[in-house]
Design a protein around this ligand. Structure first.
Ligand SMILES: O=P(O)(O)O[C@@H]1C[C@H](O)[C@@H](CO)O1
Ligand code: HPA
Length: 197
């Protein structure tokens, strides 16, 4: 296993599919065990254990005291998964990040603005979501936000492309079914977790 430049959706799906095919356990909770805390995984009953080196596309633990094992099992009857060893940016792994930046709108960003935002670390730009998330947190709500990336930001002065609302609406339509399924699944899982609380 070599550290890739980045992990694509396909890489991650291959890893997940492989793991799911190896065990019937479907974890509700994931626990990442840091230095010296790998023993937490020993609390799991009915363990199914994988060494990181045997898992397709999986990074390797390099830090002393990180066993490099993925442990499935149950904790107090609830299906869980423990990572005995985690990964750090200083080990050379790419950060799987997505920074959403909000601007006031209603006009789309200029090319100069897109370039500036990109340099500042933004991966996506929009005109919503952040305000709602801030307000909801202010009210003490737990927040999960999900943004569909509907169009590419135009970064090139030579480009003939221009962000437009028709494309945004079309992509929304194209992905509606997947989003409906994703959101329903998330809602079901939230109810499920709350039942255990
Ligand atoms: O409400 P959202 O964030 O989906 O709406 C976006 C922002 C603008 O109103 C419009 C741009 O196409 O879509
Ligand atoms: O390109 C965009 N910019 C800002 N807001 C947006 N909402 C959808 N697409 C965009």
């Amino acid at each position: 296993n070599q550290t890739p430049e980045c992990y694509s959706y396909e890489d991650c799906k291959a890893t997940a599919d492989w793991l799911l095919s190896q065990t019937d356990i479907r974890p509700l909770v994931g626990i990442v065990c840091g230095s010296g805390l790998g023993g937490l995984a020993n609390m799991l009953k009915d363990q199914v254990v994988f060494n990181y080196k045997d898992i397709p596309n999986f990074p390797q633990s390099t830090v002393h005291g990180h066993a490099g094992r993925l442990v499935f099992g149950t904790l107090k009857g609830r299906p869980c998964i423990c990572m005995q060893g985690r990964f750090h940016i200083y080990e050379g792994y790419p950060l799987q990040k997505g920074v959403y930046c909000v601007l006031g709108g209603p006009s789309f960003e200029t090319i100069a603005e897109c370039r500036m935002l990109h340099r500042m670390g933004a991966d996506a730009v929009g005109m919503s979501t952040v305000h709602e998330a801030i307000t909801a947190r202010h009210c003490g709500m737990r927040v999960f936000a999900l943004s569909l990336i509907t169009n590419q930001a135009v970064m090139d002065y030579e480009s003939k492309e221009k962000a437009n609302h028709e494309e945004v609406l079309q992509t929304g339509k194209d992905r509606a079914m997947q989003l409906e399924q994703l959101v329903s699944t998330i809602v079901i899982r939230i109810e499920h977790s709350n039942n255990y609380a």
